[in-house]
Design a protein around this ligand. Structure first.
Ligand code: AMP
Ligand code: MG
Length: 393
C-alpha cells in the first residue's frame, strides 16, 4: 500500500494559525538567525571575561543597564559591567553574564566572585536556528511547537498541502441510521461514526455517504460517485466471503483491486485498490476490526497520501501482562488493553470481552496488546508488546 500511493499534489497558502494540523508543502528556511542577537539567559551583569581578576574577587564599575528590547548602546571595557536582564542584547565588548544571585552590588560597583566561566549565561545568535538553514522540512505536520517556531522566524504565511478528501460509507442491509427505531434484526450503524472521528482527527475533508445496501448496483453507484469527489474511499463491511459481500466483486469490475486476507485478528479481510483516481480501503464490518485495520494498515497509507514525510515511527513498548491471555499460534492478534501503574511499575491488563464487535473494549482500553503470530498464550508477568492509542487516532 505504501509503495502504491503517491502524495496528493494540491497546495495552498495559509496564515500560520490556520496551518495547525496541516502538512508543510515546502521547506521553511530561517530568514534570519534565531535568536537574532547574542543575548543574556539570566538577570545579572554583562562583563568581559578577560577583565576579571585571575584569582579572587573582581570589583567592576557598573556603566549602564540593558533591558530586553532596550539595549545598552555603549561598550563594556575591562573592569566594567552592565546590569543586564534576561533576553537583553549582550552589549559590545561583553562575552559573559554573571548571575545577579552571586554578584554583590555596592553603589555604582559590583563585586564578582571567582569561578566564573567564559561565555556563561549567554545565548548565541543563531543557536536555535541559523539564518538560511531549513527550520522545518516539507512533509512535516504543523503542531503547537511548529506554530511557535514558524512565528519565531517572523513567517506569517505557510504553504501546506490541501486537505485529503476522504469519502466513506457503510455497507449492510442490517444497518439502521440514528433517529429511527430498530426493526427486528437491525443494528445501528456505528462504523460511520467511528470513521467520522478517525478521519476528522486525521485532518481530512470528509464526505459521509451514509449506508449503502448489500446490492451490487447500489455499491457500484456509490463507489463511482465517491471516486469522482475523493482522493480515498473507505468502506466498511461486505469484504468477507459471505453471500452478501460484494465489495470485492464490484471493485474488480470498476477498477484495480488487491484483496487480502490478513493474518491478523481481528480484521482478517481487507480490500485495497483503486476506483478511477481514488484509492479504496475496504475495511471489515466488525467495529473493532474497523479500528484495527484502519490504524494498522489504512492510516499510514492515508498519511502518505496526505504528504506526511517521514511517516511516524510508533513505538511498541514492552510491559508485563497483568493477566493471562489465551491465544492459538497462527495469527497476529491486537487485543485491547489498559496500561496501568501498579506499585510504580507499568502493567497491561486486557479488556474483558475481546469480541471483534465489542466496541466498548476500544473505549475502555488505552492500547493494543500486540501478540505475534507464533505466540501461544501469555501468563501473568510475561512481557508483552503494547501500542498506545495516543497518536493512532
Ligand atoms: P460484514 O463484514 O459485512 O459481514 O460485517 C461483519 C459484522 O460487522 C456483522 O455482524 C455486521 O452486522 C457488523 N457491521 C457491519 N457494518 C457495521 C456498521 N457500520 N456498524 C456496526 N456494525 C457493523
Ligand atoms: Mg455486511
Amino acid at each position: 500500500m505504501l509503495a502504491a500511493v503517491i502524495p496528493i499534489a494540491g497546495r495552498e497558502f495559509l496564515p500560520v494559525r490556520s496551518a495547525l494540523g496541516r502538512i508543510l508543502a515546502a521547506d521553511i528556511v530561517a530568514p534570519h538567525d534565531v535568536p537574532a542577537h547574542d543575548n543574556s539567559a539570566m538577570d545579572g551583569y554583562a562583563i568581559r571575561f578577560d577583565g576579571l581578576a585571575a584569582d579572587g574577587e573582581s570589583r567592576l564599575s557598573v556603566v549602564g543597564t540593558a533591558f530586553a528590547g532596550n539595549a545598552f548602546s555603549g561598550m563594556v571595557g575591562k573592569g566594567q559591567a552592565v546590569r543586564i536582564m534576561t533576553g537583553a542584547v549582550l552589549p559590545a565588548g561583553a562575552d559573559t553574564v554573571v548571575v545577579q544571585e552571586v554578584a554583590r552590588s555596592e553603589g555604582n560597583e559590583v563585586m564578582v566572585p571567582p569561578g566564573q566561566c567564559k561565555g556563561q549565561n549567554t545565548r548565541r545568535a543563531g543557536e536555535d536556528l541559523a539564518r538560511g538553514t531549513v527550520a522545518l522540512a516539507a512533509g512535516k505536520r504543523v503542531g503547537p511547537a511548529e506554530l511557535g517556531l514558524i512565528a519565531s522566524l517572523g513567517v506569517a504565511e505557510v504553504e501546506v498541502r490541501r486537505r485529503l478528501r476522504v469519502a466513506f460509507f457503510s455497507t449492510g442491509d442490517e444497518l439502521a441510521s440514528l433517529g429511527k427505531p430498530l426493526a427486528p434484526g437491525e443494528i445501528y450503524d456505528s462504523n460511520r461514526y467511528t470513521l467520522h472521528g478517525l478521519l476528522t482527527h486525521l485532518g481530512a475533508d470528509i464526505i459521509d455517504m451514509g449506508v449503502v445496501a448489500d446490492q451490487p448496483q447500489a455499491l457500484e453507484a456509490a463507489l463511482s460517485e465517491a471516486s469522482q469527489v475523493a482522493d480515498a474511499i473507505i468502506t466498511t463491511g461486505g469484504v468477507s466471503v459471505g453471500e452478501a459481500d460484494f465489495v470485492r466483486e464490484i471493485l474488480g469490475q470498476l477498477g484495480e483491486v488487491k484483496f487480502w486476507k490478513l493474518n491478523i485478528k481481528p480484521g482478517r479481510p481487507m480490500a485495497f485498490g483503486k476506483v478511477g483516481k481514488a484509492w479504496l480501503f475496504g475495511l471489515p464490518g466488525n467495529p473493532v476490526a474497523v479500528m484495527v485495520s484502519y490504524t494498522q494498515f489504512a492510516l499510514d497509507a492515508l498519511l502518505r497520501l496526505s504528504g506526511l514525510d517521514p511517516l511516524p515511527q510508533r513505538p511498541l513498548l514492552t510491559v508485563a501482562a497483568a493477566n493471562a491471555i489465551r491465544k492459538q499460534p497462527g495469527r497476529r492478534e491486537y487485543l485491547r488493553g489498559t496500561v496501568v501503574a501498579v506499585d510504580g511499575c507499568w502493567q497491561v491488563k486486557t479488556a474483558g470481552n475481546q469480541g471483534s464487535g465489542v466496541l466498548r473494549s476500544m473505549s475502555e482500553a488505552n492500547c493494543f496488546v500486540v501478540l505475534p503470530e507464533a505466540c501461544a498464550g501469555v501468563q501473568p508477568g510475561d512481557q508483552v508488546a503494547v501500542e498506545l492509542f495516543e497518536g493512532l487516532f
